[in-house]
Design a protein around this ligand. Structure first.
Ligand SMILES: [Ca+2]
Ligand SMILES: [Ca+2]
Length: 319
């Protein structure tokens, strides 16, 4: 009898214990569901805000094209970042001009044939950044359509098929600067050093001398120094060069190798809108490659993972 009571008590305790565990598990799961749904909603909201920033960029760039013939770093699209507080968080971003950078895809012409002049310019940029010139030949081979190895530093399939895991040379335009990681000789620290000065645009583009950095400007002709580049930036000032001719007439360029005006410009068609939205604990980053044409602006590509800084120093105006 005593033993039976004992068993009944143990059974009752077990039932209570199981019921408690089940109740706690249900409550915890419900709470997690609520949290998960909340963070999912926040991340969707953050992405929507990033897309909003992209639309803002397209409007600002289209308006700028109507209002001005040249593009400088002191215009609204460059100086007015859309930093703003939105419901439940904030969004920040910036429009970058990619035509003020050396376009790595300029190493080949429209037919996939290497452009010796562009390769020479790229070598000067590599030297300026204290990187090995040999990186130029390797990249030209990676992009050019043929499979002939450039002398002395080129690399085609033979090189890449010999690594583990093996792969082949792309033999077409770079899709993104990060693709450099696959090219012979390019180490991550070198790519980071190059990153602020280069772009990988889907067509051959002229360099906008009104937005290019002193480093890049000092490579447009042979035998230029970084000081020449800095002095060109100073001369250009806030107003910029009105025409390419005004730029090529500058003292820093006189007597230097002839530049073709097709390689230079005073305006830009290719931009990158980078933004970051923070809502609750969720964050969305977005980089949109925008092409500006006479007919309007087009978003050519969107990336949610990228290395470009979202908040970079806006150029200081020289008084
Ligand atoms: Ca403009
Ligand atoms: Ca090739």
């Amino acid at each position: 009898m005593r033993q039976q009571r004992g068993v009944a008590l143990v059974t009752a305790l077990l039932v209570v214990a199981v019921a408690t565990v089940a109740a706690v598990a249900m409550a915890t799961r419900q709470q997690m569901d609520i949290r998960r749904t909340g963070s999912l909603l926040h991340s969707e909201q953050a992405y929507a805000f990033s897309l909003g920033a992209e639309s803002w960029a397209r409007v600002v760039l289209a308006r700028d094209k109507r209002d001005s013939k040249i593009d400088t770093l002191y215009e609204d699209w460059s100086t007015q970042p859309p930093v703003s507080v939105v419901e439940g968080g904030s969004i920040t971003g910036r429009i970058l001009d990619l035509q003020g950078r050396f376009n790595l895809n300029n190493l080949v012409d429209g037919n996939g044939v290497a452009d010796q002049d562009a390769i020479a310019r790229y070598k000067r940029l590599l030297r300026r950044l204290e990187l090995e010139e040999s990186l130029a030949d390797a990249l030209a081979d990676w992009i050019d359509s043929n499979i002939d190895v450039r002398f002395p530093d080129g690399a085609e399939d033979e090189t890449y098929l010999g690594v583990a895991p093996p792969y082949r040379a792309a033999n077409r335009l770079l899709a993104d600067v990060s693709e450099l990681r696959l090219v012979k000789g390019y180490e991550p620290d070198m790519i980071d050093k190059l990153r602020p000065f280069v772009a990988a645009l889907p067509e051959v583009t002229p360099l906008n001398v009104n937005t290019a950095s002193a480093e890049v400007l000092s490579t447009v002709a042979e035998n230029m120094s970084l000081a020449d580049g800095k002095s060109l930036v100073e001369t250009r000032g806030e107003d910029g060069f009105e025409t390419v001719a005004k730029f090529t007439q500058q003292n820093e360029l006189s007597g230097k190798q002839q530049l073709t005006t097709a390689q230079l410009s005073v305006e830009s068609d290719w931009f990158l809108m980078v933004s970051e939205a923070n809502i609750g604990l969720s964050r969305a980053r977005l980089a949109s490659l925008i092409q500006r044409t006479d007919k309007g602006t087009l978003v050519i590509r969107r990336q949610r993972e990228f290395r470009e800084p979202v908040v970079a120093p806006v150029p200081e105006a020289d008084e």
